[in-house]
Design a protein. Structure first.
Length: 255
């Protein structure tokens, strides 16, 4: 659905969901710095968030996946991607994909919070010795399947957890069933709204990809091992069926 590379631009590679700056201060402009690949957008923890065009076509209630690279040392709650009300971040059925460093103990990892629908967050610290806010680049990802259970899988650096995983530390709930978004919903990267110092991302965000399908573990791992690449859709043309034997680069066979 969308791929924002943030190489000195807020444009979406598909052309459908270009970004614009929302700023608490008049005249604030996006800043870019060295990214995981090329450049990355700098979200300063307060002033700037990025809003995407055509939010109604980003369906975060059907099957979808969100993948991003982040670099931060911020603690507390930090928004990676938000879809919901433009002026009331706590109105149902808003949803947000965030990072949380909740202080002592293994409460440090990605989470999905959906107002009125549930929440799931998990730590990778005890199971995988990973935290997303150590000042290094990390891949964070969320996949959702509308049917079947569990619905939500959270990933950090290509490793996934669901709420029932033994040894995992789910600090929010265990699964979420998402409802359709309100018709006036916006999609924002880096925050729910500019000027929210307690939740706006503070650091660098790069290579944000949003898919209208549930990526599997091998596909998430491919994106981790090959930053900047994308998972290609399966297509069919006359006499050929496209199969994805390696989960990312489809190869044709005759039908």
């Amino acid at each position: 659905m969308a791929h924002l590379k943030f190489d000195d631009s807020l444009n979406d590679e598909t052309g459908n969901h270009n970004g614009t700056v929302l700023a608490a201060a008049t005249g604030a402009t996006p800043a870019f710095d060295v990214g995981k690949i090329g450049k990355a957008v700098l979200i300063d923890g307060y002033d700037v968030v990025v809003e995407l065009a055509n939010p109604s076509t980003i369906d975060l209630a059907a099957d979808f996946s969100i993948v991003a690279w982040v670099k931060t040392t911020a603690t507390g709650e930090r928004v990676v991607l938000f879809k919901g009300s433009p002026d009331n971040p706590w109105r149902a059925p808003n949803r947000q994909f965030n990072l949380l460093d909740g202080g002592p103990g293994p409460v440090n990892g990605p989470f999905l919070y959906a107002e009125g629908q549930g929440a799931y967050g998990t730590s990778f610290e005890t199971t995988d010795s990973l935290v997303p806010n150590d000042g290094n680049w990390h891949q964070v990802a969320l996949t959702y399947r509308a049917t079947g259970s569990p619905h939500v899988t959270l990933y950090l650096d290509g490793r996934g957890h669901v709420g029932s995983d033994p040894g995992a530390f789910p600090f929010f709930g265990g699964d979420v069933v998402l409802q359709p978004s309100a018709t006036d919903s916006v999609v924002r990267i880096g925050g729910r709204e500019p000027g929210a110092a307690g939740s706006t991302f503070n650091g660098l965000i790069d290579e944000v990809q949003i898919y209208d399908k549930t990526l599997d573990t091998n596909q998430i791992k491919f994106l981790f091992d090959n930053p900047g690449q994308v998972v290609l859709p399966q297509v069919q043309v006359a006499g050929l069926a496209w199969i994805s034997t390696d989960n990312h680069c489809p190869k044709p066979r005759l039908i």
